[in-house]
Ligand binder design. Sequence first.
Ligand code: LMR
Length: 328
Amino acid sequence: LTAAATAVALTISAGAASAACDDGEIVVKFSHVTNTDKHPKGIAASLLQERVNEEMNGTMCMEVFPNSTLYNDNKVLEAMLQGDVQLAAPSLSKFEKFTKQFRLFDLPFMFKDIAAVDEFQASDSGQAMLDSMQRRGLQGLAYWHNGMKQMSANVPLLEPSDANGLKFRVQSSDVLVAQMEAIGGSPQKMAFSEVYGALQQGVVDGQENTWSNIYGKKFFEVQDGVTETNHGVIDYLVVTNIDWLNGLDADVREQFLTILGEVTQTRNSESTQVNQEAKQAIIDAGGEVRQLTDEQRGKWVEAMKPVWEQFTDDVGQDNIDAAQAINA
Ligand code: LMR
């Protein structure tokens, strides 16, 4: 094999959708964990790759590695600081080692929908959070939306007491640990790539996620059903290594950030629709989707909301107040 052929073979085996980059192009490796189809992040990442490779051809070349083929979310930020990957979009729940500010987004029933999340993120407080990890070497570039979380388990979940004694997978966030404990569950932090197997083998009984993740990774196939709780949020931070970003020529950086901004706006406005399609796809595939009565939902709120008190110091009462004012 020639060197070029080897590079192509390596790229293909690593799961990248693009052809190998040309000599002299700035290579941007973008590692993420979800599927690419019927998924807000997967679609946005593909669009970003397409536009960068078309509009910045000869200057910059993006390779997207979806489905945890390069790193899972627990490793990707370390890899970014090492310079092994330039772009990632982990959920806001996965930055605990770097900042506690994003805990706001994990607090149950903090935001009533993604429009409220969007409004908070666009505020001065939300924009300041993009810069909260600069001293740790990370720069937030944009928020990407996924959607509201739903609960699933290997038994029907209609009231919080149904979760009593069940083992739940959670993302690596102490807020989510506290939330599951508040309903009598036993939480276990676990990488996204391991969830399907853990549900299938009964290592855990349940999990919480968006429609697009529950569909994209087929969790519904190994659960009794999914209950539409809309109790929390999964949203993403598009993040990069600040030294890498600062090392780009100003015009290159500007063009790249402009494309990212446009992709963000286009795809964020479609995220709710993408999740609704994933929900319908679950139903079409025979998955059980359960609705709560107002009374049942009130019980979930009552059980989970006391968790806020444990984290008020981390997230700031002013931010809680701002989020609540947006919901009103
Ligand atoms: C999860 O770990 O459940 C999610 O953060 C995965 C993702 O990137 O949406």
